[in-house]
Write a protein that binds this ligand. Structure first.
Ligand SMILES: Cc1cc2nc3c(=O)[nH]c(=O)nc-3n(C[C@H](O)[C@H](O)[C@H](O)COP(=O)(O)OP(=O)(O)OC[C@H]3O[C@@H](n4cnc5c(N)ncnc54)[C@H](O)[C@@H]3O)c2cc1C
Length: 232
């Protein structure tokens, strides 16, 4: 079987990539070693914080603005809930100083609060005497499991094929890239997929990072849901 894009991993990154690429009319195969909604990666759970005043670096903010615009197009249960985000610490801490700098560079609305103002507005927190806070009202949280399920389902309706298989290896051939699963080692029932001869080399940013972690519990999201079965 030939595809334009083969995505390894159907967590948040893979599901979003499958959805976006299938939406552009590309032939997409997305493969995950576990069933959709599993709890052995990084995209399970009930919430993820989303914010723009990134203390890590202002360089992320154009990407975040694009992400905000896309989150707002999602169904209600997947949308970004703008409940605000409070970041507490010494004013010269990496967290507070970095977030303040990003907000200044990109004119992100924030409020800088003293420890006394934090205690007054957010009595559940007890800042230390040297602490200050940065409140970002447009920050909030998203529901990762619902969002992955939505993106995977929409990718499928847009023509992507989703499969439960562990990718064993891949190789560059004269005609493209061939991706192998363990079953491919036992022909004739082996599975392999190729990026077709006409495929264009994709920039690295389209590659889904492969991640793994140990864990055994099943997510609350449609446990046991299979992604599909593969062709020979
Ligand atoms: C506890 C926790 C809290 C977090 N909080 C936040 C937060 O508040 N805000 C925030 O922005 N980020 C947060 N993050 C980070 C964020 O959740 C991750 O960056 C994001 O989910 C990564 O998505 P991913 O698709 O890259 O990885 P994953 O969701 O891990 O998906 C990778 C997928 O690849 C599959 N895979 C790997 N190898 C193979 C193979 N060989 N063959 C087939 N499939 C394979 C795995 O099974 C997995 O499903 C948090 C992460 C964790 C763990």
């Amino acid at each position: 079987m030939d595809y334009d894009v083969i995505i390894v991993g159907l967590g948040g990154m893979g599901a979003a990539s499958a959805d976006a690429l299938a939406g552009r009319g590309l032939r997409v195969l997305a493969v995950d070693q576990f069933d959709l909604g599993h709890a052995r990666g990084a995209s399970h759970g009930r919430s993820r914080i989303v914010r723009q005043a990134y203390f890590e670096s202002p360089d992320y903010i154009p990407l975040l603005r694009r992400a905000y615009a896309l989150w707002d197009t999602f169904p209600a249960d997947c949308r970004l809930r703008r409940v605000g985000c409070l970041m507490l610490g010494p004013d010269d801490s990496r967290l507070v100083a970095g977030a303040t700098r990003s907000a200044e560079v990109w004119q992100i609305p924030i409020e800088l609060l003293t420890a006394a103002e934090v205690t007054d507005r957010f009595p559940q927190f007890a800042p230390g005497p040297g602490d200050v806070a940065l409140f970002e009202p447009d920050a909030g949280f998203v529901r990762p499991e619902e969002t992955v399920a939505f993106l995977a389902a929409r990718a499928r309706t847009r023509g992507a094929e989703l499969m439960t298989e562990r990718v064993h290896s891949w190789e560059v051939t004269g005609h493209g890239v061939r991706v192998w699963t363990p079953m491919a080692r036992s022909p004739p029932s082996g599975w392999c997929w190729r990026l077709g001869p006409g495929h264009r080399p994709w920039p690295r940013r389209w590659r889904c990072p492969s991640a793994s972690s140990d864990g055994s519990s099943t997510s609350s999201l449609q446990p046991g849901m299979r992604l599909g079965s593969g062709p020979t």
